[in-house]
Design a protein around this ligand. Structure first.
Ligand code: LFR
Length: 479
C-alpha cells in the first residue's frame, strides 16, 4: 500500500515542504512549497527570521494536507547548531545565525574551562566556532542564558510549536558539543564543567520516535486531524541526506553538497583520535546509531556569496552561464583553502579570496569566470584532502564518491571532484535531505514493507534515483 508523509526541510537559503509517497518498492517525492530563508541583520547581530520561516512551514503544510488529506505523519529537518532559548512557552529573543560573529568570546571562555583536546575526547566534534556550546557561552556572558529554562534546536523548536512537546532529536543534538560521543546521551559532567544549566536540555528522542501529535490550534490551521503525529527523523539535514546516499557499498565516501560540503564516511563506532581532532574530523550522530565521520569543508556558499556580491551592481547573474564560462577557462587558476574561517562571515567574497592570495604573494583570479573556476577547483581540492584523511583516519577504503544535495547538479564541480580525487563520482539525488526525512518517517509509520534497514532504504533510493556518473580524468589526482 502506498501512503504519503510530509517532509519539512529547512536549508540555510531556502525551505521546502514535500509530500513523500512510499509503498512497496515505491518512493516518490512531490514538491508542495518552496520559500526563501533570508536572515536579518539588526543592531545586535545576524538572526534567522524564524517566525517568517514558521509561517511558511504552516502554509506549506496546509497545502500538503489539501493535496493529500490522508498524510500519515509530518517531520522536520534543518541546518544544525542554532537554537532558541525559552522560558516556559515563550521564546527569548530571535535565534542567532551561525554566521553571526558573537561566538569568538564564547570560544575563548569555553576553552578556558575545558581544553580543545578534552572537549574532543568527550564530544568528538570538529572545532567550528559556531558549535552550539560556544554560542551558549556567549549567551551566558550576555546574561540571557540565566533567564532560560529551555533550549531547542531549530527543528525541535518547530516541533514544539506544532505539538507542544519539548524534545531534542539526537542527530542534531550531536552538533551541540554537549552529547557524549560514546553513549549518545547528554554529557552531564561536561555540561557542568562548562557552567551551563543542565535543566535547559530537553529529553532526547531518536529518529523514528513520535514527538507528539498536533496541537488543536495547529491542526485547525492545517486542516488536519489533531491525531496526526509529528515524527522525529534525522533532524540534522546532513543526517537525513546521508540516509539517502544511494549505495549499500562499504567502500564509498559521500559529499553532502549545499551551502556547506560535508565530506566523509559512515562508521559503526566513533573514531576519537588526536590525529582526527587535528585534521578537523567530526563524529556526528547518524540515523540508526551510525556515526557520520566527516569534515565540514565549506561549500557552495563561496559561490553564492560571490554572486551576491557581483549582483550588488544591479545586474542579475545567470549562474549556468557563469559556470559554463568557468568550465571554459583554460589557464591554470590558483587554489585557496576553502575551509579557511575568513570565508565564513557574510560579505564581499571575491575581495576576501583576492586578499587570501594577495597576503600569500600569490596571483589572484581576474575575471568572474576565473574566480568561479578557482572556487570550484578549491572545493574539489579540499574534498580530495578530506577523503584521503577520512580513509587514513578511519581505515576505510574509498573506491567511489557519492555527491548528494544541490551541489550534485553542478556538473563542473562533480567533474573536478572526480579529477582531483582520482575516483568516480556518482551524483544525486538532489533532494537527498527530503528523501532521508521521508524514508525515516515512512518507516516509522510501517510504510516500508519487509527489510527496512538503512541498507534497504538506500537500495530503494538507488533504484528510484539513478545517479549520474563522472569518471576521473587521468593524471589530475591531487589528493
Ligand atoms: C548543512 C549543515 C552542516 C552544519 C552547518 C551549520 O546544512 O547542517 O552539517 O555544519 O549546516 O549548521
Amino acid at each position: 500500500m502506498t501512503a504519503a508523509v510530509a517532509a519539512v526541510d529547512l536549508g540555510a537559503t531556502s525551505g521546502r515542504v514535500m509530500l513523500g509517497y512510499v509503498g512497496h518498492d515505491e518512493l516518490r517525492l512531490v514538491p508542495v512549497a518552496r520559500f526563501p530563508n533570508t536572515p536579518v541583520r539588526v543592531i545586535d547581530g545576524l538572526h534567522w527570521n524564524i517566525l517568517e520561516l514558521y509561517r511558511s512551514v504552516i502554509a506549506g503544510l496546509a497545502s500538503a494536507v489539501r493535496e493529500e488529506p490522508d498524510i500519515r505523519s509530518i517531520a522536520v529537518d534543518s541546518w544544525a547548531v542554532d537554537y532558541a532559548l525559552l522560558r516556559g512557552e515563550r521564546m527569548l529573543g530571535t535565534p542567532y545565525h551561525y554566521r553571526d560573529d558573537r561566538t569568538a568570546g564564547g570560544v575563548e571562555a569555553t576553552h578556558a574551562l575545558v581544553s580543545p583536546a578534552e572537549l574532543y575526547a568527550a564530544n568528538g566534534l570538529q572545532f567550528l566556532a559556531f558549535n552550539t556550546l560556544y554560542q551558549l557561552a556567549a549567551d551566558r556572558a550576555s546574561g540571557t542564558l540565566e533567564l532560560a529554562d529551555g533550549m531547542l534546536l531549530v527543528p525541535d523548536l518547530v516541533n514544539f510549536w506544532l505539538t507542544g512537546q519539548r524534545r531534542a532529536e539526537v542527530t542534531n543534538a550531536s552538533t551541540t558539543g554537549l552529547l557524549d560521543v560514546h553513549s549518545g546521551a547528554w554529557d552531564a559532567e561536561l555540561v557542568e564543567r562548562l557552567g551551563l544549566p543542565a535543566g535547559i536540555l530537553p529529553p532526547l528522542v531518536s529518529p523514528g520516535a513520535t514527538v507528539g501529535t498536533l496541537l488543536p490550534a495547529v491542526a485547525a490551521e492545517l486542516g488536519a486531524p489533531a491525531s496526526l503525529p509529528v515524527s522525529a527523523v534525522g533532524s540534522h539535514d546532513t543526517a537525513s541526506a546521508v540516509v539517502a546516499v544511494p549505495s549499500t557499498a562499504e567502500d564509498i565516501a559521500y559529499i553532502s553538497s549545499g551551502t556547506w560540503s560535508l565530506v566523509g564516511v559512515e562508521l559503526e563506532h566513533p573514531v576519537v583520535s588526536e590525529e582526527g581532532r587535528l585534521a578537523g574530523f567530526t563524529n556526528e550522530g547518524g540515523v540508526d546509531g551510525r556515526i557520520r565521520y566527516l569534515q565540514n569543508v565549506s561549500g557552495l556558499w563561496l559561490l553564492s556569496e560571490s554572486v551576491r556580491t557581483w549582483e550588488r551592481d544591479g545586474v542579475p547573474i545567470d549562474l549556468p552561464t557563469l559556470i559554463a564560462e568557468a568550465a571554459a577557462v583554460t589557464t591554470e587558476v590558483p587554489v585557496f583553502e576553502a575551509g579557511d574561517a575568513v570565508f565564513v562571515a557574510p560579505g564581499d567574497m571575491p575581495a576576501r579570496i583576492a586578499d587570501w592570495f594577495g597576503s600569500r604573494g600569490m596571483p589572484s583570479p581576474q575575471s568572474r569566470a576565473e574566480f568561479v573556476r578557482s572556487i570550484l577547483e578549491s572545493l574539489a581540492a579540499a574534498y580530495a584532502q578530506s577523503i584521503e584523511a577520512a580513509t587514513a583516519l578511519s581505515g576505510r577504503t574509498v573506491s567511489a564518491i557519492h555527491v548528494v544535495g544541490g551541489g550534485s547538479q553542478n556538473t563542473l564541480l562533480c567533474q573536478l571532484t572526480a579529477d582531483r580525487t582520482g575516483r568516480p563520482v556518482l551524483a544525486g539525488p538532489v533532494e537527498a535531505t527530503a528523501i532521508g526525512n521521508v524514508l525515516v518517517q515512512a518507516r516509522a509509520q510501517g510504510l516500508v514493507a519487509g527489510d527496512s534497514s538503512l541498507e534497504a532504504l538506500r537500495s530503494l533510493v538507488a533504484r528510484t534515483f539513478r545517479p549520474v556518473r563522472y569518471e576521473p580524468a587521468r593524471g589530475r589526482r591531487s589528493g
